[in-house]
Design a protein around this ligand. Structure first.
Ligand SMILES: O=C(O)c1cc(=O)[nH]c(=O)n1[C@@H]1O[C@H](COP(=O)(O)O)[C@@H](O)[C@H]1O
Length: 272
């Protein structure tokens, strides 16, 4: 999907919500464990209940890999389900990959070609040749970690090098890479106030903002500092939506939680 098509979906659904599918087998309702594929059944129910209120889903690959072959199969079934039932939905493989070019090419093939995700999260640490293989696919994007939501972001990302913070160098340098128009960026909601300066460097690109909800980030602050006239934001929430209830009505409650966020987003969009 192109960023333009994603923007159209955002205005149509009055939502820039991304629901994170961080499915921990120990946290899903126990009655699902008797199903052949509990993780997929959980995802299917969550997707059916929340798709009206969001424009994107982000399975975090760690939660699938942790279940071996069965986890990987659940991931494949989930992305296929989204492609067939809700083709208008934007999909993000949250894999945080990046390696020497020859290896990155394999990661890019897996997520963007074989599984057919619209995008994949990528770490910038190994530089240009580790990221460019993810930018070779038309209508696919790489989402580069810029300033992450966790405490450890202050270890390196905000440290100054030659008078400039490392995350700003990442933003500026990445703009010089081949097919850089296919880049999106991650900025944590817990660091929303940084978005003001970040927008001066990347005025147009989409920014994926995780950390609203369980990590304490505020939607209003994210919009205040990060929203552009074309919105340019995807705000992710995972645990606060998918684990809002542990009983048999989990999907219904997840839908209600997603709707609350969607309503807040509709209000922010009405200010544009
Ligand atoms: O790339 C990410 O999505 C990501 C970057 C970041 O800086 N912080 C962050 O929390 N994430 C991911 O976003 C999701 C946040 O989940 P919740 O805190 O449950 O909403 C998890 O899948 C994290 O791995």
């Amino acid at each position: 999907m192109s960023p333009q098509e994603l923007t159209e979906q955002i205005f149509k659904k009055k939502s820039f919500l991304c629901v994170g599918l961080d499915v921990d087998i120990d946290r899903i309702p126990t009655y699902l464990l008797s199903e052949d594929d509990p993780i997929f059944e959980f995802n299917k129910a969550i997707i059916d209940a929340t798709h009206k209120f969001c424009v994107a889903y982000k399975p975090n690959i760690a939660f699938y890999e942790a279940n071996g072959v069965e986890g990987w199969q659940a991931l494949e079934k989930t992305i296929n389900y989204l492609h067939h039932e809700y083709p208008e939905i934007y999909t993000i493989a949250d894999a945080k990959r990046g390696d020497i070019g020859n290896t990155s090419r394999m990661y890019a093939k897996t997520f963007l070609q074989d599984l057919g995700f619209d995008s994949v999260t990528v770490a910038p640490y190994m530089g240009k040749d580790s990221v460019e293989p993810f930018l070779e696919f038309e209508n696919r994007q790489a989402i580069l970690l810029a300033l992450t939501s966790n405490e450890g972001a202050f270890d390196f990302q905000t440290q100054q090098i030659d008078g400039e913070e490392l995350y700003k160098k990442v933003l500026k340098t990445s703009k010089t890479w081949k097919n850089s128009e296919r880049l999106m960026y991650v900025v944590g909601a817990t660091k929303a106030e940084y978005l003001k300066e970040i927008r001066e460097i990347i005025p147009e690109n989409f920014i994926l903002v995780p950390g609203v909800g369980a990590q304490g980030g505020k939607l209003e602050d994210v919009c205040k500092y990060g929203m552009t006239k074309n919105v340019g934001l995807l705000v992710n929430s995972s645990r606060k939506i998918i684990y809002a209830s542990e009983s048999s009505n989990f999907a219904e409650i997840a839908g209600a939680k997603a709707e609350v966020l969607q309503q807040q987003m509709a209000e922010e969009l009405s200010k544009l």
